[in-house]
Design a protein around this ligand. Sequence first.
Ligand SMILES: [Zn+2]
Length: 316
Amino acid sequence: MKRLMRLRATQHLRDLCAETEFNRAQLIQPFFVVEGLKQEEPIPGLRGNVRHNIPSALKQIEKDLAAGVTHFLLFPVPAEKKESGFSHDATQQTISEIRRQFGNSLCLWIDTCLCSCTTHGHCAVLDENGIKLDETLDELAKSALAFAQAGADGISPSDMMDGRVARIRAALDENGFNLVPVMSYSTKFASNFYGPFRNAADSAPQFGDRRGYQLDVRNRSGAIAASVRCTEEGADLLMVKPGLTSLDLIRPIHEATELQVGAYQVSGEYGGLSVLAEQGLIKFEEALLETWHVFKRAGAQYIITYGARYAKQLGI
Ligand SMILES: [Zn+2]
């Protein structure tokens, strides 16, 4: 008699039949470095994550490397907010100190956006008519080049402006960084699930919202088209964000582009697990692992998660 339960009866049988396997090297740990921060600050809702200054970031990376993390995604938070003409000195310093201390024992991706730099918290240079696209793309390309010059391994544009990947790719190639990959936030929705992050990165918009450039959650074809566009512009890796609310798009994007697609388990998703665990309602580590398996089952090649540093203790 057919019994589906038969193969679930023991751990050995469940392991035999498991279709998703983890490679710890496919997890990416985000971290925040805030210019001029006196001492590290907790981030409400993001268990195990704080806002760092450079010395505390270096200590954290050392611990994370010991815990088996190899990929890091830096969110630089400059002290001075401006309208345009952003300085990247502090971020360059962060990158070069990490490089100096840890050499090539880690792969360092840099989030590239303007929302932590601008007075208004939007991801673009604005005037009274709205987004100034050309200036925005110039600023993004300048940022990417500055980060590559300081020793970044990869550039990760998160702004959702049309044309950013092409402009960044051109700036890198023209300056001898043709082997620096671009991991594009290619399918990024306007979402409520970014809440804890915005506090961590000082990037909450001071007026309006980001629906004019981030994707509409109701729209599937536009979501796939955004990743196709990034592919045509020269992206090396693609991403869906938020991860859990975009599971249905991972395989279609991969099929449409033949590029590898990762999932960003964003702050609100991760924070949801943190808060439920604080209330004693779930087991944090097991719930975290469960979500990662689901990303893998949905076809995610890599996962950006605030809990990458727990992977080893979870047996990955
Ligand atoms: Zn942004």
